[in-house]
Write a protein that binds this ligand. Structure first.
Ligand code: SAH
Length: 406
């Protein structure tokens, strides 16, 4: 096994169990450090720090797997996977009760399995490998997952931009078992959604927003009386396949306007509303650019009781932060203008490069320009099955605010 030596003074984050070692922290490598291999990491005096996998193409040269002097073999992978899967056991009860059957089982670095995402959609699993090190182990991992969970099939969706930084091409297709159908029906809090694991975003669905969709439902269902009873209107910006919109209809709102730039995803949203026997006459679908649609609504004097803003990732890395904050500010500013007094804004950012603190400042900036008043009712984050390792603040990519607006 190859050995990677860390420069004197750069060992602290590794000792504190941050999982990434950048090229600049490494002083030397032995010749047997091969791309994708497991390596031993030592400090400048040769003392053991841990083990991880190595990729000379990536700026993140090593992703740490363990800080103990242990062998990374099949048994190790099994134990590590098993720990992640078993920590989702609360969902198993819901699975058995037919309430929730889609869950993230492995959340990469945050489950101490860097570069690996595994999502469960009913009887199917979707595996996403983000790194060369994980690519090397994906067959072993699929076999272990099959043994552990007995799915009908495991489909691979390793087609994310971040793979470019690892020097990798996209890889998709069947890894184990049967081919999944073109649409998998899942249940989320008793609502049925259709998931296209081949072409859908991420592994097919935004599982990370499950609990926030629940909060929207509760807000509309329980606190709905505070809103304008007979004309409650929800604007669901960046609807994707209808997530927040379906919850709003299920809570009994009079109208939901779903906006997305993709007509195809709105078609799925429409089908899901029918499938759940929710009132289609209460839903509208608008294909368009969110920035323009919001401006047009402001010009037209439209008003909503709740606006949900769930844009895609605007900042891919720290160099995009400035442009991204301008985008978030504009969306939030226009949205504030559209909310009736006493209504709500549910606003998100899923950019890892933008902290919760910065996001709140951006929303504050938008509020100041809008001339409105607002209160934070709740800080929002990813669902419970998307844990964030305390050693890895980068894992907290999804953040949001629920604000009451006056
Ligand atoms: N809220 C959704 C997930 C939203 S994902 C859920 O709970 O499932 C972001 C969505 O924004 C995608 O569907 C994408 O098609 C859409 N999108 C991206 N850029 C857009 C733009 N400029 N205007 C409108 N929609 C956009």
């Amino acid at each position: 096994m190859g050995t990677v030596t860390i420069q004197h003074g750069k060992e602290k984050p590794i000792q504190n169990q941050h999982p990434w070692i950048y090229s600049g922290a490494i002083s030397k490598l032995t010749d047997d450090c091969q791309p994708g291999d497991i390596v031993t990491v030592v400090d400048s005096k040769g003392r053991f720090l841990g083990r991880g996998y190595y990729n000379p193409t990536s700026q993140i040269r090593v992703r740490m797997l363990t800080w103990q002097d242990e062998t990374i073999n099949e048994e190790w992978w099994y134990d590590q996977l098993s720990r992640a899967v078993h920590s989702r056991m609360v969902y198993q009860d819901e699975f058995d009760a037919g309430v929730n059957n889609a869950v993230r089982l492995v959340n990469a670095e945050n489950d101490f399995l860097p570069g690996l995402v595994v999502d469960r959609y009913g009887e199917w699993l979707v595996l996403q490998s983000l790194t060369l090190g994980m690519d090397h182990h994906k067959e072993v991992l699929s076999n272990l997952l099959a043994e552990m969970l007995k799915p009908r099939g495991i489909y691979e969706r390793s087609d994310v931009d971040i793979r470019r930084k690892e020097g990798l091409k996209d890889q998709t297709g069947l890894l184990w078992g049967e081919e999944p159908p073109s649409m998998i029906e899942i249940e989320e809090n008793t609502l049925i959604f259709s998931v296209d694991v081949r072409n859908g975003h991420k592994t097919g669905f935004y599982l990370d927003q499950r609990e926030n969709r629940g909060w929207l439902h509760d807000l509309l269902y329980l606190d709905g009386d505070d809103l304008h009873e007979d004309k409650r209107r929800v604007l669901n910006m960046f609807s994707y396949t209808g997530g927040f919109g379906l919850y709003a209809l299920a809570a009994g709102v009079k109208q939901v306007v779903n906006v997305d730039s993709s007509q195809a995803v709105l078609k799925v949203a429409k089908d899901s509303i029918k499938r759940n026997e929710l009132p289609l006459e209460n839903a509208q679908f608008v294909t368009g650019d969110a920035f323009q649609v919001l401006r047009d609504y402001v010009t037209q004097g439209e008003q909503f009781d709740v606006v949900v803003l769930d844009p895609p990732k605007f900042a891919q890395s720290t160099k995009d932060v400035e442009g991204a904050t301008r985008g978030y500010k504009d969306l939030n500013l226009q949205s504030f203008k559209l909310i009736r007094s006493g209504g709500y804004l549910m606003t998100f950012s899923c950019s890892g490069a933008i902290s919760q603190d910065l996001f709140q400042k951006v929303v504050f900036g938008a509020l100041a320009d809008s001339g409105r008043q607002a209160q934070i009712i709740r800080h929002l984050s990813g669902s419970e099955d998307h844990p964030v390792a305390l050693t890895f603040p980068e894992g907290a990519y999804l953040k949001g605010l629920l604000c009451r607006v006056w």
